[in-house]
Design a protein. Structure first.
Lengths: 496, 528
């Protein structure tokens, strides 16, 4: 028993490192007040170390802490992607002018960031409903505070409040659902639940309600329609670094957890091909339900984004739409669809973070988040303007950018599974999305800047960060075989 | 046949030379405008030379179309190959280039028009660097579409043209350029998404057996998609004459029809043409529109022979409507550029009518018409550009008596206009004749109605000549200078081709005759 625990601890190093980082940041914050970036660098070091341990885990596939946590290629994929996103967000934070005003409290910021990272890393590895919920809450509670971090800004406090209320309600609903599910199957780890479900349970009604409730909680986290109402307000009010983190990392983590939960819990791996993937829980047509949610997210997200003027709100709606595209893969719930999700998330990381980053640079230098006021910015800051164009074009899904590859695989998976109507909706909404993405580009380049408007210059590190996001976005559009292999080899999940 | 320079195949050179030029342009300093312009001249000039080499060594007897062996200058490398996994099978995307009789003429056209476009761009002096960088990227996209034999590659080249075109119209265009640019972008993007979905459906329906390993491989290879034997059992697009195949045919057709543009998908074209700067109008009418008909011939016809035969009347009728409607609209215009834009719709209708006939005559006529129309409209748009540079006017009623002022210009422009009218002895006549002859065999009444379009065309062209070149010169226009040497340089090659191909079209017809006859055979035999 002790041996197993010790062994398990050895398999839990990435999470432990982040936890340690969290503690170190608290202590460091007490003693070092002068240099602003110290805690940031500590966070960075912690993430790198956690990344290193994550890479060491690659190829392993075992269940540790008595089936509480899985260390499998699937978890490793998500952990690496999350750590990558975390690294970028730390870099963003160091460059953010918004956070500059809160210098004295910046230690708290990184501490909470570490807390959120910890929660997200736990989310993608947990295989026990209790631990899953715990991880989700760690993430959520840290992010509630982070959203309201710029406390002198009314918008920020307001959005934090909204986020807490929405979050608390949906967590409550989800917890209720979990308790029902545990009650029906008398198990808390997802393998045992799967066994119980495959064997058959009597209370189908309660089971269906339980799953619905869990979908509510997860749907809130990935901001899928109709649980998306918080997203635009929160993104708009939050510091832009945190908005980026919510739009990318927390979404990725929630998808990771969702995929594991659905595919391990509900798929009868023995009768996999025969009875259809959703056979373990009959009653509601789960695929149609999720497909409808995906379609709604694509439609609502893209249509509402058309009318936004604040770039953060626009990106919020766009990320709702993207959640819809990604959810298509889960609707199919075949390995093909799930692989497509992995590919999509990886590319989404670069292009969406990139869009947020340029928005932040513009906020820093030009002091505006309004797309209307972006007029002429392309000439005042050519590099950032071109970069934002590429990120937005990628979000649209045009070649030669990664966004095309992401859409290609998710659409392809849906077509091969026969979900033609869903793909058609996805296609139509993609065309709609072009309109609002390109509006930003139009404002940047089709208008002359005012004569006295100064050119915007960025320091070298800002440019390097930009290139670190830009190059993968372009490269993945041209050569994506390694990503394909990576995603495919990451699809091996314990119990799937 | 293979032809390599420094170990790299000629088609790669001809496609990517402009990209090399683009990189050099981007590295040159903003101020050094002439160096930027000369870089573009050299890049597109090399393309013209390479196209000349291709013309010289192209084997006129080889068939191509669906037979990989008889394509020429083939380059094939595996681009993305992902090994087999139980649920997907092996995935293959390849860098697969090659040309046959269908594409060779388009390559010559593209290189020539691109080169002339660069010369005509000399008068652009706003943001020169950005202009040429985007221009060269656009040229790569166009050239790439004509040589790609892998659907994914085809798609990438196809879509890569959108963004440069959007900026070229939107940044260097006329007063309503923004509207025109986004309209162009949205229209073509709708088509692009339809093509993407159809491409994916085809991909999952087609799998060939790799002779080396015996594995079943899903592929984007267009030639494999043409072979009915490669369709997997139960695939969405497997079988013959199924509803899904018709839907897929229609999706692709709409994509290509938007580009052609065929009635009722044409409304973006007049806006785009009117707002675009002259060289971009030249490219747009000269090459971009041909991508649509080329796509029909390269993809729709051989991959979906059943759909093509099922919808052949539909195509012919749309062609007919475009011919008549385009001609009438052209007649109603006061704006010189709009007039040419609508005449393009009318003339591209002839192409569609010709190829919809599904016989060799019509097909040859159609493809030749693609080439000829490219040359002729280029001349016409250049002619408008010359006038516009001098007077900043495009209204047909603003001019008069130009013939007295600019005799050289008038002579050359009138040759272009007569060619558009279909005067015997000039190239337009030959291809229109062939198209109508072919179409007449297949659709008697449709063709008879369509031919009346020629009369309307004669009407608006003669009326235009009268309004612009003849009559009294308005007071304000008394000091127009005739063509400069640079302007002469861009007209003369095109005019020479117009006259030469009008008298002796065989060199062009020989290039494509065998391939197109074979294409007709493939379609009528249902893909074998």
């Amino acid at each position: 028993m002790v041996e197993h625990t010790l062994h398990s601890i050895g398999q839990y190093l990435p999470e432990i490192v982040i936890l340690a980082t969290l503690c170190v940041i608290i202590v460091a914050d007490l003693f070092i007040k002068s240099e602003r970036h110290t805690t940031g660098w500590i966070m960075l070091a912690g993430l790198l170390l956690a990344g290193y341990f994550t890479i060491l885990q690659s190829g392993r596939s075992e269940s540790v802490f008595y089936d509480m946590v899985a260390v499998d290629p699937f978890a490793v994929f998500f952990k690496s992607v999350l750590i990558l996103a975390g690294l970028f967000v730390v870099f963003f934070s160091m460059k953010s002018l918004e956070l500059e005003n809160y210098k004295s409290r910046i230690g708290e910021y990184y501490m909470l960031l570490a807390g959120m990272m910890l929660g997200m890393l736990m989310m993608v590895g947990s295989t026990n409903l209790l631990l899953m919920f715990l991880a989700l809450e760690i993430t959520s509670i840290s992010s509630y505070v982070l959203v309201g971090f710029t406390k002198k800004s009314l918008r920020s406090s307001e959005s934090s409040m909204k986020y807490i209320i929405y979050g608390a309600v949906s967590s409550g609903v989800m917890l209720y659902g979990i308790s029902l599910l545990v009650g029906v199957t008398s198990a808390t780890d997802i393998y045992a639940i799967n066994k119980a479900l495959v064997a058959g349970v009597d209370q189908t009604l309660i089971l269906n309600i339980a799953v619905l409730m869990i979908i509510v909680g997860l749907g809130f986290k990935i901001a899928i329609v109709p649980f998306h109402f918080w997203a635009p307000d929160v993104y708009e009010g939050a510091p832009i670094t945190i908005a980026a983190l919510l739009a990318v990392a927390s979404k990725i983590a929630a998808f990771g957890m969702m995929i594991r939960f659905f595919s391990v819990t509900f798929i009868d791996s023995a009768g996999f091909s025969a009875a259809g993937v959703w056979s373990a829980i009959d009653g509601i047509h789960w695929d149609i339900l999720l497909g409808g949610m995906a379609a709604l997210a694509m439609i609502v997200g893209n249509l509402t984004a058309l009318r936004q003027d604040n770039i953060k709100r626009m990106l919020a709606y766009s990320s709702i739409a993207h959640a819809g595209y990604i959810l298509m893969g889960l609707v199919i719930l075949t390995s093909e669809g799930l692989t497509a999700i992995l590919i999509y998330l990886f590319i989404y990381l670069f292009m969406n973070l990139g869009a947020f980053y340029v928005a932040m640079l513009f906020m820093n230098k030009a002091g505006t988040e309004s797309i209307e006021e972006y007029k002429g910015l392309g000439f005042r800051a050519p590099l950032a303007g071109v970069a934002l164009t590429i990120f937005l074009v990628s979000l649209t899904g045009l070649p030669p950018t990664g966004g095309l590859v992401a859409k290609l695989y998710i659409f392809g998976a849906a077509i091969s599974a026969g979900w033609i109507w869903l793909v058609v909706i996805a296609g139509i909404t993609t065309v709609i999305s072009l309109f609002y993405y390109i509006r930003v580009v139009r404002n940047m380049f089709f208008f002359k800047p005012e004569d006295d408007a100064p050119e915007l210059t960025f320091d070298l590190t800002s440019k390097l960060i930009l290139f670190a996001l830009l190059i993968p976005t372009l490269l993945l559009g041209i050569y994506f075989a390694p990503l394909l292999e990576f995603a495919k080899s990451s699809m091996s999940m314990i119990g799937f | 046949m293979e032809l390599q320079f420094f170990g790299i195949g000629i088609l790669t050179w001809i496609v990517f030379i402009p990209i090399a030029g683009m990189i050099i342009v981007l590295l040159l300093p903003d101020k050094n405008r002439n160096a930027i312009r000369w870089t573009a001249v050299i890049a597109t000039g090399i393309q013209v030379i390479l196209a000349g080499v291709i013309f010289a060594v192209f084997d006129r007897t080889k068939l191509g179309i669906n037979d990989a062996e008889s394509f020429q200058f083939i380059e094939k490398f595996s681009w993305i190959t992902v090994e087999a996994v139980p649920w997907v099978g092996r995935i293959e995307i390849s860098y697969f280039l090659g040309i046959d009789g269908l594409s060779v003429l388009m390559i010559i056209l593209t290189s020539l028009i691109s080169f002339i476009g660069v010369i005509s761009s000399w008068s652009i002096d706003k943001m020169v660097k950005g202009y040429y960088a985007l221009y060269l990227l656009l040229v790569t996209g166009m050239m790439g579409v004509f040589v790609a034999l892998d659907f994914f590659l085809f798609f990438i080249f196809w879509e890569i043209m959108l963004l440069p075109m959007y900026f070229l119209i939107g940044l260097w265009g006329g007063p309503r350029r923004e509207y025109a640019a986004i309209k162009f972008f949205l229209y073509t993007f709708v088509g692009g998404i339809l093509m993407l979905l159809t491409m994916l459906a085809l991909y999952f329906s087609v799998a060939y057996t790799d002779p080396a390993t015996g594995q079943s491989v899903h592929t984007f290879n267009i030639l494999h998609m043409m072979n009915p034997a490669n369709y997997v059992d139960g695939g969405l697009l497997s079988g013959v004459d199924t509803t899904w195949r018709y839907v897929a045919w229609m999706a692709l057709f709409i994509n290509f029809a938007i580009k052609i543009p065929l009635f009722p998908f044409h409304t973006w074209l007049p806006d785009a043409h009117v707002e675009a700067p002259t060289p971009i109008s030249v490219i747009l009418a000269g090459v971009l529109l041909k991508l649509g008909t080329y796509g029909l011939l390269r993809i729709n016809f051989p991959i979906f022979p059943d759909g093509t035969i099922y919808f052949m009347y539909f195509m012919a009728i749309l062609g007919m409507i475009s011919i008549i409607y385009g001609a009438f609209c052209a007649m109603a215009q006061d704006d010189f550029k709009k007039l040419i834009a609508y005449s393009s719709i009318s003339h591209m209708g002839i192409v569609v009518l010709g190829i919809a006939a599904l016989n060799t005559q019509g097909m040859v006529g159609g493809v030749l018409q693609m080439f000829n129309h490219g040359i002729i409209t280029a001349v016409l748009f250049l002619a408008v550009g010359v006038l516009y540079d001098r007077t900043h006017k495009r209204g047909l009623n603003d001019f008069g008596g130009i013939a007295n002022q600019m005799p050289k210009y008038t002579g050359l422009a009138m040759i272009g206009m007569f060619a558009a009218l279909g005067l015997p002895g000039l190239n337009g006549f030959v291809s229109e004749l062939f198209s109508f002859l072919g179409a007449f065999e297949a659709y008697k009444w449709i063709t008879i109605i369509s031919v009346t379009g020629i009369i309307i065309t004669a009407g608006y062209i003669l009326w235009t000549i009268q309004r612009v070149f003849l009559g009294k010169t308005p007071e304000k226009l008394n000091n127009l200078t005739d063509l400069t040497p640079r302007e002469l340089l861009m007209f003369i090659p095109l005019i020479v081709l117009i006259i030469f191909l009008g008298i002796y079209p065989s060199p062009a017809i020989e290039l494509m005759n065998s391939s197109l006859s074979y294409l007709v055979e493939v379609v009528t035999n249902g893909g074998f």
